[in-house]
Design a protein around this ligand. Structure first.
Ligand SMILES: [Zn+2]
Length: 547
């Protein structure tokens, strides 16, 4: 790729470059060669480096930031879901049923009607779609509609029949088949019970998966994303096809993304037996962490709490904490790091205790610890966490991966479920101030995949319409710079890639994003409207907006 002798392949001039490099935080221009940043500086000096074949882009003062990383993204679900019904935009149960009815008219009867993204807490009826509702509009097709948190699926009678679920079916481990007072399944399946449905939906062909994922990567570029951690939920049904598709894309040189791929926690023994370690991979594709669930979600009242919900009991842990300790211990000894889903304040407290105990053990047996994982463990969501536990987490140097846009979607639900204890949820400022590495993410398809929507949420703690005025628990608002670090420098450090990514520094990968406005200067409410003008990955322009 040295088509240009010693001259750069590409230079960007007259920009407003926010490097996030403390040595040189601001610059006007940047030169790129063979996928790496060659120089950063004044426009005249950079222009002087250009050769005959150097491509020149004049930025007219636009803001350039490092390529963004989303550290928790269900890429397979999201990419495949882009081919299904998008129910996130639906404003009522009636509207959802209309969508299903319309799809049923167009689709052959043996085909599944699949959808995701509905959230009944934002609807006037506050009622989840149940089998009766769905049977009324689609009696012949099997229907499965995932709630926005992906912890709950709503299905009709035909789907229950295909999955062999009836009044005699017991709850699977860590899942709930909701039943009415006469013992009949209502069509609502919670936590891991939706896997009974997934198991009977025919897996798509690998070519379909590769195509959907490639299409998804193109969309990510339009959002400014150049790196991502694909957090997958299941080891068998989607784990293998997704990991294979990632490898195929990489092999064909079509993986224009720095990607870490989780392994499902249930595959611990196989991963150990195969000698897999967190970090295995190349510049594009890496094996990430094993993913565990310690509880459910507050929307479904299955997150485990220190105090009861206003309208339910304490929730519950998913599986025993002792078992979780053993699994993390075994993973760690084999060089595998873990990410643990923890929502409720009780769960966060217990998981931190487990991590403290393991750190203590590690400390005592340091002589044999050379096989410890190359990356550290982390807590996923840390959605409701008490101040004393934030301090304990900071002491452990364990990261927290959080989802700012989820906060905006959850305001009503949190108020309904825990009232004033909501002050312990989404405590980003407190976590960052305590020194916890806080990684930002979307949890797409749970939330909007745009990092700019996430930055807006973290900075304003307001919905796009400006409510609640002044921000929800405004003491937890953070600066634009801190929010941006959650998508750049913090993940670079967490993934052991400060040499290659996070800032616009000579020698690092040339992954960067040009925005249509300066997010540091505009009214923070405008940040969510910010558009990506151009995305550069590995020194190549991979996205350019039309206007
Ligand atoms: Zn998730």
């Amino acid at each position: 790729m040295t088509r240009n002798g010693t001259a750069p392949d590409l230079i960007l001039l007259n920009g407003n470059i926010c490097t996030l490099d403390n040595q040189k935080p601001k610059a006007e221009a940047i030169a790129v060669k063979t996928g790496r940043i060659m120089a950063v500086g004044e426009s005249d000096a950079i222009d002087a480096l250009a050769g005959q074949q150097t491509e020149r882009i004049v930025l007219d003062g636009r803001l350039v930031i490092p390529g963004l990383m989303d550290s928790h993204f269900h890429f397979y679900d999201w990419a495949m879901g882009r081919q299904q019904l998008d129910l996130a935009r639906v404003d009522s149960l009636d509207e959802l049923l209309d969508e299903v009815a319309q799809t049923a008219e167009q689709l052959p009867q043996e085909k599944w009607i699949l959808g995701q993204g509905w959230n009944e807490s934002d609807w006037p009826e506050h009622i989840m779609p149940r089998r009766d509702h769905l049977d009324a509009v689609a009696p012949a097709h099997p229907v499965a509609l995932w709630r926005c948190d992906l912890h709950l699926v709503s299905v009709n009678s035909r789907a229950l029949e295909l999955a062999g679920i009836d009044e005699t079916t017991p709850d699977p481990p860590d899942g709930i088949i909701e039943k009415d007072s006469s013992g009949h399944p209502t069509g609502i399946l919670r936590e891991l019970a939706p896997n009974l449905i997934k198991a009977v939906i025919a897996a798509p062909e690998i070519d379909v998966v590769v195509g959907a994922m490639q299409d998804g990567i193109t969309h990510l570029h339009s959002l400014g994303l150049t790196a991502l951690h694909d957090v997958r939920l299941m080891g068998g049904l989607e784990g293998a096809p997704a990991l294979k598709a990632w490898q195929l894309l990489n092999e064909k040189d079509k993986l224009d993304l720095r990607c870490w791929v989780s392994l499902a926690g249930e595959r611990l023994e196989e991963a150990i037996a195969l000698g897999l370690r967190t970090g295995l991979g190349d510049d594009r594709l890496h094996i990430g962490h094993l993913k565990y669930f310690a509880d459910g979600g507050m929307g479904a009242r299955t997150a485990w709490m220190l105090e009861p919900y206003l309208d339910a009991e304490y929730g519950m842990p998913l599986g025993s904490i002792d078992e979780l300790r053993q699994k993390i211990g075994a993973a760690e000894k084999s060089g595998l790091a873990v990410i643990v889903h923890a929502i409720g304040d009780r769960t966060n407290r217990e998981v931190i205790t487990v991590l403290e105990q393991l750190a203590e053990l590690r400390h005592r047996t340091e002589a044999q610890s050379s096989i410890a994982p190359a990356l550290s463990h982390r807590i996923e969501h840390a959605q409701m966490i008490r101040s004393e536990d934030i301090q304990r987490l900071a002491g452990l140097k364990v990261a927290a991966c959080v989802q700012p846009h989820n906060m905006i979607l959850d305001i009503n639900m949190i108020e309904e479920s825990v009232g004033p204890l909501g002050r312990y949820t989404y405590a980003y400022k407190e976590m960052i101030d305590a020194g916890i590495p806080v990684l930002f993410s979307s949890d797409a398809p749970v939330c909007d995949p745009s990092p700019l929507v996430g930055i807006h949420a973290a900075v304003t703690r307001q919905r796009r319409d400006g409510t609640p005025a002044g921000g929800w628990y405004p003491e937890q608002r953070i600066s634009v710079a801190d929010a941006l670090r959650g998508y750049t420098t913090v993940p670079a450090a967490f993934y052991g890639q400060t040499r290659n990514m996070g800032s616009l520094t000579p020698g690092k990968w040339a992954d960067m994003v040009v925005l249509d406005r300066d997010i540091f200067q505009v009214d923070p409410m405008e940040i969510a409207d910010t558009r990506v003008k151009m995305t550069i990955f590995d020194g190549r322009i991979v996205y350019q907006s039309d206007d």
